[in-house]
Design a protein around this ligand. Structure first.
Ligand code: BTN
Length: 262
């Protein structure tokens, strides 16, 4: 079913995330639009949804495939009162919120891959791109961009990612209501963001570690042509992956991680 502003407003009225809700038939990137309105003073909790993106952005300058009327492309504007070093905790919390939401559709099959890819049976179903604006030493705002493959079939994925990406429809064998998915995603995001603000990183980190198949395994993290390898042992307070190599612990703050088969 096609989403529309009125139905989204009716369902999100009074919620912390999704109010106000900015809906677009087509846009360049919901992250760019959220950033632009964040600069203009849009409030915490504002959310942005597009049916399609002409210039969807992925991590590490990649393109996010954003065809019309099938998926979720959303950005959420947050104004946390944290020190800047804690900002990556928000995208880790977003990964946990997405995983918890998708687990309703595919129980026990959803996992998180550092830093915040969401996988179903090892295939990527969602990507998260967080961008922030800093004022001095404080966070002005964070834009959390979430792309979920919902009702795409195998042939609708670009050929080069057909075997490493998936959608909820492929995994469940049925069409999924994007409206219901958005409502529970925003609720879960609000819940985990509140945990971060009120309790700290502990509960988010604990849930993330439970959902990550990497912990305890040998992994390699590739960043700008350089690979760092070691056993994944945890997550640092700034969202970095902790690896042990020999008797050293190494912190990795960016890159693409792969579990090594030995
Ligand atoms: C990744 O590379 O895994 C992150 C992908 C993030 C895609 C989402 S779709 C909604 C929001 N707007 C964008 O341009 N990107 C994010």
């Amino acid at each position: 079913m096609h989403l529309n502003q009125e139905t989204l407003n009716q369902n999100l009225a009074g919620k912390f995330i999704g109010h106000p809700l900015h809906y677009y038939e087509e846009i360049g990137s919901t992250n760019d639009e959220a950033f632009r309105l964040g600069m203009a003073g849009a409030p915490e909790g504002a959310a942005f949804i597009a049916e399609s993106q002409k210039a969807g952005k992925g991590r590490m300058q990649r393109i996010w495939h954003s065809p019309a009327n099938a998926n979720i492309y959303t950005s959420i504007l947050l104004r946390p009162k944290f020190e800047t070093a804690r900002a990556p905790q928000i995208s880790i919390a977003a990964g946990v919120a997405v995983a918890e939401t998708l687990d309703l559709y595919c129980p026990g099959r959803v996992q998180l891959k550092w830093p915040n890819d969401v996988l179903i049976d090892g295939k990527k179903v969602c990507g998260i791109l967080a961008q922030m604006k800093i004022s001095g030493s404080a966070i002005d705002f964070v834009v959390v961009g979430i792309g979920i493959n919902v009702n795409l079939n195998y042939e609708q994925f670009p050929k080069d990612i057909q075997d490493i990406a998936t959608s909820l429809a492929i995994e469940t064998g049925r069409e999924i209501s994007r409206l219901e998915l958005i409502i529970s995603l925003y609720e879960n995001m609000a819940k985990w963001y509140r945990q971060l603000a009120q309790i700290g990183f502990g509960p988010v980190k604990e849930k993330w570690l439970c959902l990550s198949p990497m912990i305890g395994k040998p992994v390699s993290v590739m960043y700008r042509e350089e690979a760092v390898s070691g056993k994944a042992v945890g997550l640092d307070e700034d969202g970095s992956l902790l690896l042990t190599a020999g008797n050293k612990t190494v912190r990795v703050s960016a890159g693409d991680a792969t579990i090594l088969k030995r």
